[in-house]
Design a protein around this ligand. Structure first.
Ligand code: ZN
Length: 308
């Protein structure tokens, strides 16, 4: 198949680094959230220290969730697939954010309380753990320092923050996790075009036939659809995205209603490059009137060296 192409230089540059966009968005929302948290802490409201039944760090989880919105929205926007490596990076950065937040508090403590005293960040961390108290819900007054248990609670707080920061992105991409993705760009394919092959026979007519005749009629109705699907898929093995687009655009535009069956072709393209994924699935009646769908075949191309 011959199709007009444009030089690769005329194409927009592919977004081969969607992870950078996602990281920057995540770090931006984390910085903004932690800044608000530090303002609240200055006003005496330590959100990070809210615990549910003294064990679940709901405050830290909440702060983490808001911090992580940037990762989630950006990952969804650029259709990025969250790999194990990227999630590990997010966990590490969130942990850094958590300690950076404490470091900022440390600097302000150093300025206010210990201007001329030797006071390290590690000493500061030890102090906030060992002198940690829970305020009494009965009268709102401060409780007794909990000593070494403070390390456990600060650890829970850090874990809560990190978990909160990674949950929104996880949820955002889980909603599209069954979508195929481009291995080059680590981005999910976005739907580009749909096409249909419809069997001309109506199920209502076939259903009236005696069972044996019905079986033969269904086979005669379905076979040409499946053969055409195979031929189209064969012709697109190794094809360019433009060729796949053209092939799909020659198909019918809508799925017929009430016929014995239809094949749906779904063309998805990578947002970052010319890679594409074309799948064909059959939806239709069985001999006994049961309606079902099944995947038939798919064709995938990395699109390397191709122009639209
Ligand atoms: Zn790609």
């Amino acid at each position: 198949m011959s199709v007009p192409t444009v030089p690769a230089s005329a194409l927009p540059p592919p977004t081969h680094h969607p992870e950078l966009i996602v990281l920057m968005a995540g770090v931006a929302t984390s910085a903004a959230t932690l800044w608000v948290v530090s303002l609240l802490a200055d006003a005496g409201i330590y959100v990070m220290g809210w615990y549910w039944f003294l064990l679940v760090p709901v405050g830290a989880l909440l702060v983490g969730l808001v911090s992580g919105l940037g990762y989630a929205m950006a990952a969804r926007k650029v259709n990025m697939k969250l790999t194990y490596g990227f999630v590990s990076g997010m966990v590490f950065i969130s942990l850094l954010d958590y300690f950076a937040n404490h470091y900022v508090s440390y600097l302000s403590v150093l300025e206010r309380v210990h201007p001329s005293v030797e006071y390290s960040f590690v000493s500061y961390l030890q102090d906030i753990c060992e002198t940690m108290t829970f305020s009494r819900t009965a009268d709102g007054g401060p409780g007794e320092p909990i000593g070494l248990l403070g390390y456990l609670f600060k650890g829970l707080e850090a874990a809560g923050y990190v978990a909160g920061a990674t949950i929104p992105a996880k949820m955002a991409v889980d909603s599209v996790a069954s979508t195929p993705d481009c291995l080059n760009c680590r981005q999910y394919y976005a739907p580009e075009r749909f096409g249909y092959l419809n069997a001309p026979e109506q199920w209502a007519d076939v259903a009236e036939l005696p069972r044996l005749e019905r079986i033969l009629a269904m086979r005669d109705s379905r076979t040409p659809l499946l053969e055409r699907t195979e031929a189209i898929m064969d012709s697109l093995e190794g094809a360019s995205c433009a060729e796949a687009r053209m092939a799909v655009s020659k198909l019918e535009k809508t799925a017929a209603m009430g016929n014995t069956g239809s094949v749906t072709f779904t063309l998805r393209k990578c947002p970052g490059c010319m890679a594409f994924h074309l799948s064909a699935s059959f939806v239709g009646y069985g001999v006994d009137g049961d309606f079902s769908s099944r995947k038939l075949r798919s064709v995938e191309s990395t699109g390397l060296g191709q122009a639209a």
